[in-house]
Design a protein around this ligand. Sequence first.
Ligand code: SF4
Length: 373
Amino acid sequence: MRTNLLELDLDGLADFCGQLGEKRFRATQLFRWIHQRGASDFDAMSDLAVALRTKLKGCAFVQALPVISEHVSADGTVKWLFDVGDGNAVESVFIPEDDRGTLCVSSQAGCAVGCRFCSTGHQGFSRNLTTGEIVAQLWFAEHALRKRLATQSRVISNVVMMGMGEPLQNYTALVPALRVMLDDHGYGLSRRRVTVSTSGVVPMMDRLSQDCPVALAVSLHAPNDALRDNLVPLNRKYPLEELLDACRRYLEHAPRDFITFEYCMLDGVNDQVEHARQLIALVNPAQGVPIRCKFNLIPFNPFPASGLLRSPSAQVAMFAKVLSDAGIVTTVRKTRGDDIDAACGQLAGDVKDRTRAVERMAKQRTIVLKQVT
Ligand code: SF4
């Protein structure tokens, strides 16, 4: 069986080349051709010996994911929907800004966590992506964008694992993919420019801090366990106190870093002044260690099945002010690519639901609506 070389980080590729009787520096050359130059045709890799190219053709290939659709927003945001087989699709979104280009990457087809405000969560879980399928999103996007912009220079400067899926529930595939992103012979992204976003898989946060301490974002979305149990069901397994302790431990391994807390603003649900005050007490407790953090407030992108509404802008601004006045750096995420539904999970509606998520959510929605009214 031939191996897709996008599945391998540099150590993995060195082992693969070793089995072909080749030295590590050949693996480095091959890795650079693939990731830095976007090459998939071994014959184009002109500094590799013809004998090696012939061997590679017999046992390896480099293949992107088939693109189902591409949407380009008026603001330059690009969204791709990729086919990962068996009726499943995942999406990646490129967000250009003045000083950076960020790619939002998916880690799973669907998601088993089932956050109430997330359209992916409503689709249920189908399967984990492989390392190659995670890397392929970056490989394709980087080289497609270079061609489009007619440049040899790097276009994607930041990667956020915030697309479909809970990355820390796909840990074994995730870590080699992160290593490809960070490798100087790969994409050469700095540790702080690669962000893993988690809904709070505490044991895996600890492992990530040891194995590959990239920037960490935590999907918080609620300031107390009662509300978070409802909005982010994983909270029932890893409640807030455990989650925040894991954040503190993470920062011990990355002492100059901070945690980004993502907070989706839901009208009348989690957007009141009292909620902001509870958040302040969580991250700056009267007793105990404060957490170096910033808050990113996300205007909710409503979709009918959620039964939830976006907080009015004035409410978001007021909430941000309460946090800022307490000395917490707070930003409000700009909505990008509204014209192409660039928010998470909005194109891949056909992901197979193997967790009966829709049924589960319908029951949960009744509870939230009762809380709102
Ligand atoms: S917000 Fe993230 S963890 Fe929650 S359901 Fe959506 S993809 Fe999964």
